[in-house]
Write a protein that binds this ligand. Sequence first.
Ligand SMILES: Cc1ncc(COP(=O)(O)O)c(C=O)c1O
Length: 416
Amino acid sequence: MTQVTKFPPDYRFELAENMLYRQLPYGPDQEAVLDEKGFQRAVKIIRSWPDYAPTPLCRLESIAEVAGVADVHYKDESGRFGLGSFKPLGGAYAVVRLLMSQITAATGQEQVDPNDVLNGRYKEIASTITVTAATDGNHGRSVAWGARLFGCRCVIFIHETVSPGREHAIAALGAEVRRTRGTYDDAVRKADETARQEGWHQIPDTSDGVVVEAPRNVMQGYTLMAQEAMDQLPYQGPPTHIFIQAGVGGMAAAVVAQFWQRFGPGRFKTVLVEPRQAACWFHSLKSGAPVVVSGDLDSLMAGLACGEVSRLAWPILAPATDMVMTVDDAAAADCMRLMAEGRYGDRPMVTGESAVAGLAGFLAVARDEAAREALAIDSNSRVLLFGTEGASDPETYMAIVGRSAEDVRKNIQGSG
Ligand SMILES: Cc1ncc(COP(=O)(O)O)c(C=O)c1O
């Protein structure tokens, strides 16, 4: 029996304006990061990978009703390439782009067909190359998957609190996993240092402004997710609101760039959502300049536990984000449960800790009159959310939801 509640849950949140918001056309500063040509190339390459399929865009009708809006859509990335998150779009794409440029350097051949990298034509060159990345789980998994798909070696750095489940998932793809002291940002520094010493190639999902090629490709790969969502929306024009979670901001920037290019400035409101204890975008946009957040940053929303914004995401998100907000881990945990239960009457879904941050942010403001007004949310609003992972860490999922993802899925089949 689903329990029907009239009001959205009461989640603690903090909402702030972005000091840097400006209604600009998508211009050269943004195109230097993500452009149409790069997008077309990424789409062509990723769509040719085995088992590529667009992930579903799900309508959350009952949640929309409870929250007092016209529509809520949730892009469910839990099934992407069987890896449990949207991440392979970025990490694996950056791996193949790196291999293509290394093959060009080794052979002098200017045009390298990515399908030839996939089918092993350059396996001797690829096998001499090592890619590396720091990760809170999902990015490392996507780089490891890409390395296995395209035939190169992979070493992944994880920090102190990355769960054993996430570690094993990376190792199962054939990568060597090294655990470092400290936070995600410490693991990023360790990966950088080791790569320089060993002559390995870094595939970071964030940029300090110096290493840009690979993180740009990572973001370019993510744009396909946004494009799929646009193609799947059942209405013309943009959604009125995108509530989107940010770690370093690469994913949110890729999504915003795609919608901004297609619909122009100011046609939809973007709200960035972060865990309270790892709110680097919140503090940066509230104060008008990049701010480094310190502390242990430890959040249940592991994919969002970052203390520094990506310098490549900055020129996109700084002018285009309307408001920034933080939510608590408790809100994310409750959202995972409400999605698994189908609490308001929607079909139950398996959603991960970082996936539901956007939903948590939306539901938190949905019951707050002042926040609704600040964001111009009303009964005509059409909200878009990106459910960026499923139960990518099965033990954590079980601990929070009280049931395994398989169990939830069985119920879905039973109810369907
Ligand atoms: C599931 C999930 N969602 C969202 C994000 C945030 O992406 P970004 O760090 O590019 O902001 C991550 C990052 O690892 C993630 O794993």
